[in-house]
Write a protein that binds this ligand. Structure first.
Ligand code: PMP
Length: 396
């Protein structure tokens, strides 16, 4: 049976990572893979995480099964992080299951949607994180795209987006990136969120908010304002969150799927379906990472430490955005790169063509994915000059 299989291409980002590893150029720069990096190019374990892990090592009493929804204290803390003061108001309508990363949460959401409506279409932004499409299709759902990023003007195609969403019926799902849009870095402003929220209510489609970078854009609170505006309007929605980036827990696989239903009864029924989905995919989520998050959020001291570290990561990213804009301008580049400074999170499209991307890689050992998406955090004060010179030379 296995001999019938045809080989599939490697994920382009993973392929790029492998090529980068093998490159001997001492000046090489990896702007491909989507992980935060510090000034030294490392993705460190946060100090708050180390402390929480030490505490856990001392105090953990059992490795017995934890339950389908994982750590319930963690789930409740995630609801507060996502919904802020709205979490108390919505408490009887929200049900959360801890999941293996944001990806696991999205897969649970996909299977849940399939159980609600086998014919549902999931509408995603053009472009979106590539895995969104594979993930929903793998669950047997139809995926369609709505206009989002304006490649020409490096902004949003907001009118086109709204016109497209006006055609989306009840029973379909619209996926929105809460903040730090991957791959474009282009986010909705609060007024635009409000328009989308009202439209969701009017049309009756179900919003699915993917929040994988809370705290990486403007602040923990500001990055959740959009999803809170939606939660204020609609009867039902799904939120898939990830602690990979903001807690630096990538490989521990920590995330959550939260369902908001129109009342407590529907929420209970939805929860039973969500947990049955969980049981049939992975039975229970892994405990370690969620316990770390719960330990941090249960301690004022560790929460403060985490806030400080998150501020540091965000400050570095935003500082680099300004630095990239200014360094390219200083090299006399004609093209306007000020959009990089207006966008949020780790990613932006440089907006250069395939040949220029290849030249960056072949002549300068600067690794960028084929769409020209760069991970801003891969730049540092040490390599910015080299990077700006290289970009200036390939776009001249
Ligand atoms: N959603 C988006 C938009 C992402 O960029 C990512 C990570 N690249 C995820 C979800 C999932 O993250 P993870 O599974 O690593 O928590």
């Amino acid at each position: 049976m296995f001999s019938e299989l045809k080989p599939l291409p490697t994920d382009p980002i993973l392929g790029l990572m492998a090529a980068y590893k093998q490159d001997n150029n001492p000046q090489k720069i990896d702007l491909g893979v989507g992980v935060y990096k510090d000034e030294q190019g490392n993705t460190p374990v946060l100090r708050a995480v180390k402390k929480a892990e030490a505490f856990r090592l001392e105090n953990e009493t059992t490795k017995s099964y934890i339950g389908l929804a994982g750590n319930l204290d963690f789930c409740q803390k995630i609801e507060s992080l996502l919904l802020g003061e709205h979490s108390a108001l919505l408490a009887n309508r929200v049900r959360t299951a801890q999941a293996p990363g944001g990806t696991g949460a999205l897969r649970v959401a996909a299977e849940f949607i399939k159980r609600c409506n086998t014919n549902a279409t999931v509408w995603v932004t053009t472009p979106t994180w590539a895995n969104h499409i594979s993930l929903f299709e793998a669950a047997g759902l139809t995926v369609k795209e709505y206009p989002y990023y304006d490649y020409e003007n490096k902004g949003l195609l907001f009118d086109e987006m709204i016109n497209a969403l006006k055609q989306v019926p009840k029973g379909d799902v619209v996926l929105l990136h809460a903040c730090c849009h991957n791959p474009s870095g282009m986010d909705l402003n609060q007024q635009q969120w409000q328009t989308v929220a009202e439209l969701a209510k009017e049309q009756g489609f179900t919003p699915l908010i993917d929040i994988a970078y809370q705290g990486f854009g403007t602040s923990l609170e500001a990055d959740a304002q959009g999803l809170r505006a939606v939660a204020d309007q609609v009867d039902e929605m799904i939120i898939c969150s990830s602690c990979s980036k903001n807690f630096g827990l990538y490989r521990e696989r920590v995330g959550a799927c939260s369902i908001i239903a129109k009342d407590s009864n529907v929420a209970d029924v939805s929860n039973s379906v969500m947990l049955s989905v969980v049981r049939s995919i992975y039975s229970m989520p892994p405990a370690h990472g969620a316990d770390i998050v719960n330990t941090i959020l249960s301690s004022t001291e560790l929460t403060q430490m985490w806030h400080d570290e998150l501020d540091e990561m965000r400050g570095r990213i935003n500082g680099l955005r300004t630095l990239i804009k200014e360094s390219l301008a200083a090299k006399g580049v004609d093209q306007d790169f000020s959009f990089i400074d207006r966008q949020h999170g780790m990613f932006s499209f440089l907006g250069i063509n395939k040949e220029q991307i290849d030249r960056l890689r072949n002549e300068y050992a600067i690794y960028i994915v084929g769409s020209s998406r760069v991970n801003v955090a891969g730049v540092s004060k040490d390599n910015i000059d080299y990077f700006a010179d290289a970009v200036a030379s390939v776009i001249k």
